[in-house]
Design a protein around this ligand. Structure first.
Ligand SMILES: *Cc1c(COP(=O)(O)O)cnc(C)c1O
Length: 382
């Protein structure tokens, strides 16, 4: 009756990946990053799967409210801080930690009419040029916050632009991890804070890629820096171009699964789908799968993108439609109407589909459409 397309989320994989991250983080706190609806996996699923996490980091205050309603009592970090003065009061009420990356957020804190004492994370722009105070400007907000009675604790924070790439010996064509850490230290020194490697141990800098590589060149080791903030590897996809999530020991937490709903037999010269992108060179069987770009499968995916059908690996052929896509089942005689199809998950790494669509696993996870029904499993309930 209902369309056979599901987004399956495996709580056991979330638990496994968190445990691995925690081992890598060796003694540090770990924020499980659950922005973008937990990278498409669902906030409620993340709260369950990351029950062991030291804290949850997110953007939406609605999500923070939901986490508290679901019983999450450990720390919550709001990665972009307050979007309005009202968020400061909400943060106090729900005991949320806030990033402070701009002066108006400092002003909202200082001007709050009700009593507010929050753990704040002062974000320094060390080269990514997205959020944060510049090294030159950060001392004023830092001192304002430290002197105010609004700040229960202050953590210095920055975000890497290229932690998936090697550190450079000197300034090269990209801002590397060392360049950014050096700027973070300089920022910390401007407030007269004892800024040294031990001090960085209080800072928050490490995303998935930095956590995995543990960049080892001077001036500091990334492993020493404070609480880590991994996202993508917790969901079992890779932050790197070359190393796969499986090689790194992480398990995919999401499977996008569907079924073949129709089969076509092609003669040589027959074509498939819009734009007739694919032409059969020999007799072929084509499976029509209930999944299209309106479900979040990338329309741009090229012929040959891997798909798992009836227990075997095969390939996408022809352009992806809104609600359907077509796969080659010529060599899978057991495949027919009703056969199971995995678009990505445990047999087809999401990163391989992403590679076929000129994007990264992150984007595919986040783009699974709300119309796709969710199924939560726990592949090892113990
Ligand atoms: C998204 C995000 C992370 C996690 O990044 P991954 O590459 O998914 O590990 C960490 N910190 C901040 C500020 C982020 O926005």
């Amino acid at each position: 009756m209902s369309r056979p397309l599901f987004c399956e989320v495996d709580l056991a994989a979330l638990r496994h990946n968190y445990a691995k991250v925690k081992a890598l983080a060796a003694g540090r706190g770990v924020w499980a990053v659950i922005k973008a609806n937990a990278y498409g996996h669902g906030i409620a699923e993340a709260v369950k799967g990351f029950a062991q996490a030291d804290g949850l980091a997110m953007l939406n205050f609605e999500d923070a409210v939901l986490c508290r309603q679901l019983g999450w009592s450990k720390p919550i970090l709001m990665l972009e801080g307050a979007f309005s003065a009202a968020d400061v009061a909400l943060a106090q009420q729900l005991d949320l930690q806030l990033v402070v990356h701009q002066q108006r957020q400092v002003d909202w804190l200082l001007q709050a009419s009700s009593p507010v004492t929050l753990h704040l994370h002062l974000k320094v722009n060390t080269g990514m040029n997205r959020l944060g105070f510049s090294v030159e400007q950060v001392s004023r907000p830092a001192e304002q916050l430290i002197r105010s009675n609004r700040c229960r604790a202050l953590t210095w924070m920055t975000h890497f632009a290229n932690s998936d790439l090697p550190a450079l010996d000197q300034r090269g064509s990209y801002v590397d991890v060392n360049f950014q850490l050096d700027h973070l230290l300089r920022a910390m020194r401007t407030t007269g804070q004892p800024a040294s490697e031990p001090e960085l141990a209080q800072a928050s800098v490490t995303n998935s890629a930095a956590l995995v590589t543990g960049i080892q060149t001077p001036p500091v080791r990334v492993e020493t820096a404070g609480w880590a903030r991994p996202g993508i590897i917790l969901y079992g996809a890779t932050p790197f171009g070359e190393q796969t999530a499986a090689q790194l020991g992480f398990k995919p937490a999401m499977r996008l699964v569907s079924e073949i709903i129709a089969v076509q037999s092609l003669s040589p010269g027959d074509q498939v789908g819009y734009g007739s992108r694919f032409t059969a060179e020999q007799p072929m069987r084509i499976g029509v799968v209930a999944c299209g770009y309106a479900d979040g499968y990338p329309r741009i995916a090229k012929d040959g993108t891997p798909v798992w059908v009836a227990g075997q690996l095969t390939r996408l052929v022809g352009r992806v439609s809104m609600d359907m896509l077509t796969v080659d089942i010529t060599h899978i005689p057991t495949a027919g109407e009703g056969s199971e199809v995995e678009l990505w998950g445990t047999h087809v790494p999401i990163d391989d589909v992403a590679a076929g669509a000129q994007t990264i696993g992150y984007e595919l996870m986040c783009a699974v459409a709300p119309r796709v029904k969710r199924r939560v499993i726990d592949s090892s309930p113990l």
